[in-house]
Design a protein around this ligand. Structure first.
Ligand code: PLP
Length: 403
């Protein structure tokens, strides 16, 4: 039977105290015990259903974690204070000094910086590769490699990882495949395709309100228990726990994710087709011209579409900046980093979210100065948006340049 992630979220039923239709919020950092023995057992992780201290976990965090585990089809999940607060403990849990990571070279700038600049201090080395070429990925694996790391749809170039192919490699060499699925929630379910650990920045589409940062790690019960182990768990000891009040608000937003993703995808597909027809250099996984269109289609939970992210290349940073400032002025969206908001967000990744990547490496991976990354919003009238964007492009001389 087909995997239906939104059904699985909706099939959960939690009530709050006094019959509330939302689960009660656990507004406490610490919990009382009737017996000291139960407190000890809870600390050791041997008292199911008891809570000790909210850095370990809290009922509100468990509700959100369980809903996200259902969405990804993993045994369980743990929620974190940010996306980076999910990515960094996973890598530190899986790798020790002397270990090696093979990572996609096109990933979020913060993750890139962590692997490139931070983990070498702990003698964890990373080889960055073109993740779309399985032979290159395989050639980079050494006897010290522990992790294959990628984003399903990469930030910002929108390259698509072959999750099944990578999972087969991970199995062959006894590695863990860790996938950041932030750009494609619901659309792709990496754990169903063989990923061992699935991460999201909840900051983006899943929360969808641009009012908080947050993250989640979805995986086996054993792995999540290890992350939360009081003696050597990276989540427990690094302390990137989500606040309970936030967990409850993200859970409420998660319930409309399926409707929002469909609208983001519909609007992005409409604009991508129009931009491409206008002669703009457009990248969107839903376009037949995307090098991994077939692959993405084969991984897709169809009803959610190809997602809300697209890029255009307008030739130079000056043109990109001029266009973005004008579009903001006309209220077509915001010149802002991040993604997944109701309003369209645009930024030039080379000088913002990917600025941690040195210029020569940006050039090598095809990240050009004139690239604009769009997170397409929930616009009710996308035709009108397109007309207005086209006027802006004419005004700054971009459409004349390409036609
Ligand atoms: N992963 C991806 C793909 C991202 O785009 C981002 C942030 O932009 C992150 C992870 C980091 O998430 P956060 O900002 O919530 O720490």
């Amino acid at each position: 039977m087909k995997f239906k992630p939104a059904n699985k979220i909706q099939d959960l039923q939690y009530f709050g105290e006094f019959g509330g239709v939302n689960p009660s919020i656990s507004d406490s950092s610490t919990y009382t015990f009737l017996s000291a023995k139960t407190m000890f057992d809870t600390f050791e992780g041997n008292a199911d259903g008891c809570y000790l201290y909210s850095r370990h976990t809290s009922p509100s965090n468990l509700y959100l974690g369980e809903a996200l585990a259902e969405m990804e089809g993993t045994e369980t999940a743990t929620v974190t204070a940010s996306g980076m607060g999910a990515i960094t403990p996973v890598l530190l849990q899986l790798c020790s000094a002397g270990d090696h990571v093979v990572s996609s070279r096109t990933i979020y700038g913060g993750t890139y910086a962590f692997l490139k600049n931070f983990t070498p201090k702990l003698n964890i080395q990373t080889t960055f590769v073109d993740i779309t070429k399985l032979d290159i990925v395989e050639a980079a694996i050494t006897e010290n490699t522990k992790v294959l790391y990628c984003e399903t749809v990469s930030n910002p170039l929108l390259e698509v990882a072959d999750i099944e192919g990578l999972a087969a490699l991970a199995k062959k060499y006894n590695l863990k495949l860790v996938v950041d699925n932030t750009f494609s929630p619901l659309s792709v379910s990496p754990a169903q395709l063989g990923a061992d650990v699935v991460i999201h920045s909840l900051t983006k589409f899943i929360n969808g309100s641009s009012d908080t940062v947050g993250g989640v790690i979805c995986g086996t019960q054993e792995f999540i228990d290890n992350l939360r182990n009081v003696n050597d768990g990276a989540c427990m000891l690094l302390g990137s726990t989500m606040d309970s009040l936030r967990a409850s608000s993200v859970l409420k937003n998660l319930r409309t994710l399926h409707i929002r993703i469909q609208q983001h995808s519909k609007n992005a597909m409409y604009l991508a087709k129009k931009f491409e027809a206008d002669g703009l250099k457009t990248v969107y996984p839903g376009l037949a011209s995307h090098p991994s269109h077939e692959l993405f289609s084969s991984m897709l939970n169809e009803e959610y579409g190809f997602g809300g992210m697209l890029t255009i290349d307008v030739g130079s940073l000056d043109k990109a900046n001029e266009l973005m400032e004008l579009m903001q002025h006309k209220n077509l969206g915001y010149l802002a980093v991040s993604l997944g908001f109701y309003k369209t967000l645009f930024s030039a990744p080379g000088t913002s979210t990917s600025s941690e990547i040195p210029e020569d490496e940006q050039a090598e991976m095809g990240l050009t100065d004139g690239l604009i990354r769009f997170s397409i919003g929930l616009d009710n009238d996308i035709e009108r948006t397109y007309q207005m964007m086209t006027e802006c492009m004419r005004e700054v001389g971009i459409l004349e340049l390409v036609s």
